[in-house]
Design a binder for this molecule. Structure first.
Ligand code: HEM
Ligand SMILES: N[C@@H](CC(=O)c1ccccc1NC=O)C(=O)O
Length: 280
């Protein structure tokens, strides 16, 4: 123990003995979290790669928790908590977006030192990423196949597909609030991806033409636009980082790599909310 002039916080009551008491590390299960980095090589940058992905997965876990809560609030017409929760989801995406700045410091040569050890593993197989996409309405069933061998994960994805997406709930909310939305969209098979619908554009047009008369709905819609804006930035940061690090090489997951990721940039989650802007 240090002598000299170092200040001892126990003098003002800081607890120092955790024998039999719950400590910081106990509460946060830090043994599990900090024991979960297992580089497969001696490459210096593999630790960065692992931690970058693990922290992203933790933020994704929180995003799923919050999107699920927001969807429940919207289905119950509890718009104030829904707004607060959706704002948090956007902040989480902002966090995920900033994280690319750290990973970008890894050069192509650094990555080659451990890339081979990744085998066929790839972010393509992130089930939490897929859950987020499904919750937001991008419901491509083909993306479930890499999880066919893990029954618990498959069940989670299936359960998610059975629920209306966040956008479905918002369209139902709009209808409850007197905005005409097509019957076929409201009663659609929620397991499929929603496709652009002229009637939905017309519904949003009424809201966007007179926000003062539909203030709550307008705010919810703009929160969705915010969320999609951040999501697009994540996709863009990803593909740019990937091109920077592996160029045009094929992905470990077996896709064309950047060509696949560029194609994913065209995905629209809430298409009518973008299209309505042209109509105003
Ligand atoms: C050097 C860093 C990275 C490289 C070279 C890279 C490369 C790729 C490539 C090539 C794909 C296409 C699938 C394949 O064939 O593998 C992909 C997909 C994916 N990656 Fe990354 N990635 C990197 C970092 C990250 C990070 C930090 C995350 C965060 C969790 C991530 C999450 C994903 C996800 C979710 C997909 C699937 C996207 C979709 O299906 O739309 N990647 N990545
Ligand atoms: N698809 C990447 C590998 C990769 O990025 C990756 C591998 C294992 C765990 C997470 C990954 N991150 C995102 O795709 C590649 O082709 O180099």
């Amino acid at each position: 123990m240090s002598q000299g002039t170092d200040y001892d916080p126990s003098q003002e009551g800081a607890t120092m003995n955790f024998d039999g008491r719950m400590s910081y590390g106990d509460y946060l299960s830090l043994g599990d979290v900090l024991g979960a980095q297992r580089p497969r090589t001696d490459a210096h940058d593999e630790m960065l790669f692992i931690i970058q992905h693990q922290t992203s997965e933790l933020w994704m876990k929180l995003a799923i928790h919050e999107i699920t809560a927001a969807r429940t609030h919207i289905s119950r017409d509890e718009l104030q908590p829904a707004m607060k929760t959706l704002a948090r989801v956007s902040r989480i995406f902002e966090q995920l977006n900033s994280a690319w700045d750290v990973l970008r410091t890894m050069t192509p040569a650094d990555y080659t030192h451990f890339r081979r050890k990744l085998g066929q593993s790839s972010g393509f197989q992130s089930y939490q990423y897929r859950l987020i996409e499904y919750a937001l309405g991008n419901r491509n069933h083909a993306m479930m196949r890499p999880h066919a061998h893990v029954p618990d994960v498959l069940a989670m994805l299936e359960t998610e597909l059975d629920r209306p997406s966040l956008y479905d709930e918002v369209l139902r909310l709009a209808r409850r609030r007197g905005i005409a939305m097509p019957d076929a969209v409201i009663a659609r098979d929620v397991r499929a991806t929603h496709v652009l619908d002229e009637g939905v554009i017309a519904g949003w047009k009424r809201v966007y033409e007179a926000p003062d008369q539909h203030w709550a709905l307008y705010e919810v819609a703009e929160k969705l636009v915010d969320l999609e804006d951040y999501f697009r930035r994540w996709r863009f940061n990803h593909v740019t980082t990937v091109e920077r690090v592996i160029g045009l090489k094929r992905g470990t997951g077996g896709t064309g790599g950047t060509s696949y990721l560029k194609r994913m940039l065209d995905v629209e989650l809430f298409p009518e909310l973008w299209r309505v802007r042209t109509e105003l």
